[in-house]
Design a protein around this ligand. Structure first.
Ligand SMILES: [Zn+2]
Ligand SMILES: [Zn+2]
Length: 290
């Protein structure tokens, strides 16, 4: 198969009805990201953006696209201390920062006296989510960033949607907007890749030979729902991207859970309780407290 320019194709999509080469695909990809950002008001050109990178293909693709679009960005990585996976991830983001000539900020969870490997296996994923959200918000605010960008793909958003609908947490759907403005001590959050698929992100990083790690977190569960989403897509081309646009529309009309803003007695950050979830985790797992 050949690209419209005549060169050998690396990407073919029945959804976009397009076949592209290694030179035309990155431009096409960046333009798709640009269109999402504009259409959904995800980022403003005046903003200072903290781009969260894990070392995986999705956040690597996001960093490349936002850099190409000339946004004011710095990279941010949290070293979770998950054995070899974290070592490989850190190596990948350091190489990425060099390749794109961007400033990289790294926070080591170990500096708080524990790592994700210290958390009991049943609670690892929820603890990891709490830790990441807390550290990136606090870092962004203290360093004067206007918005935090994360590389959630359309598959991630569909999975979150299905799981929360099934467990009855429908108010959480409001969190799926591609742009959530900040309030109180919470910094604004952006998901500029919410319409992008994992396949598009993988094609971009492989085509451009950008540094990333193919390693998956050893704690990540095998997700049956992800397989189901891929099966539907195989039978109904374009399902994922159409579905995610529907979810985002719905997210706007869902009223977020009403809650009174409180501040953690220990750290002063926004919390639902007297002591925030992050401080509870630190209290429980920090070596200083053992
Ligand atoms: Zn071409
Ligand atoms: Zn706290």
């Amino acid at each position: 198969m050949k690209c419209r320019c005549g060169r050998k194709a690396v990407f073919h999509s029945r959804v976009y009805r397009i076949t592209l080469c290694d030179e035309c695909f990155p431009k096409f990809y960046v333009n798709l990201v640009k269109r999402s950002i504009k259409r959904y008001g995800i980022l403003k050109s005046s903003e200072k953006i903290l781009v969260c990178v894990s070392g995986g293909k999705d956040s690597t693709a996001m960093a490349y696209a936002l850099n190409e679009l000339d946004y004011n960005i710095e990279l941010f990585h949290i070293d979770l201390g998950i054995g070899n996976y974290s070592k490989e991830s850190l190596k990948a983001v350091e190489e990425l920062a060099q390749t794109l000539n961007l400033n990289l900020n790294v926070v080591k969870l170990e500096d708080y006296g524990f790592t994700i490997d210290d958390v009991e296996s049943k609670k690892v994923c929820s603890a990891c989510g709490i830790v990441k959200r807390y550290i990136m918000n606090r870092f962004a605010r203290e360093r004067g960033f206007d918005v935090i960008a994360t590389a959630h793909t359309c598959e991630d958003i569909i999975l979150f949607f299905i799981k929360n609908v099934l467990s009855g947490n429908v108010e959480y759907i409001s969190k799926l907007s591609p742009r959530i403005d900040g309030f109180d001590k919470l910094v604004a959050k952006a998901k500029p890749l919410f319409e992008r698929t994992e396949k598009e992100n993988a094609t971009l990083v492989l085509t451009l030979n950008l540094p990333f790690t193919p390693m998956e977190c050893p704690h990540a569960p095998n997700d049956i729902w992800k397989e189901i989403i891929y099966e539907i897509e195989a039978k109904r081309r374009g399902f994922k991207q159409n579905f995610v646009r529907g979810i985002v529309k719905l997210a706007k009309s869902v009223k977020a859970e009403e809650w009174e803003v409180k501040h953690c007695k220990i750290c002063g950050e926004v919390s639902n309780f007297e002591i925030c979830s992050f401080c509870k985790i630190v209290e429980r797992y920090s070596r200083k407290n053992r």
